[in-house]
Write a new protein. Structure first.
Length: 121
């Protein structure tokens, strides 16, 4: 379900699938609370990015992207918590993909913030 030419939509969709897989492993280990939290935050990143695609204004777009970034931060917290507990192995690629998403979101947020500032001048 790739959207041609939209890197952040594609990255966050692929990451959501990874988050679902890790959540499934956590459920198999009977770590239901962690599985649920990771599932919600890990899939919410992409949901907010997709919602931003239909934003009503640049400010609305920025707001939704900031929410996506916050969800990425929360997801990282849950992944680190699971990793520290050491009964479930989190592949390095999961952290690498999340880091890539955070970098792209950061650039989008910075660029959009600058454009909004220029519009107000």
């Amino acid at each position: 379900m790739m959207e041609q030419g939209n890197q952040i939509v594609n990255l966050t969709f692929e990451f959501a699938v990874l988050a679902m897989r890790v959540s499934q492993v956590l459920e198999e280990k009977k770590r239901f609370a962690h599985a649920n939290q990771l599932f919600k935050s890990g899939t919410s990143i992409g949901a907010n990015v997709r919602e931003a695609q239909g934003a009503q204004s640049r400010a609305d777009f920025l707001h939704k992207m900031k929410i996506a970034y916050k969800e990425a931060e929360e997801t990282e917290y849950w992944l680190l918590l699971v990793k520290e507990y050491k009964d479930v192995s989190i592949e390095t690629v999961v952290f690498e993909r999340l880091t890539s998403i955070k970098k792209v979101l950061g650039r989008i947020i910075t660029t959009t913030t600058e454009k909004l500032k220029q519009e107000k001048k």
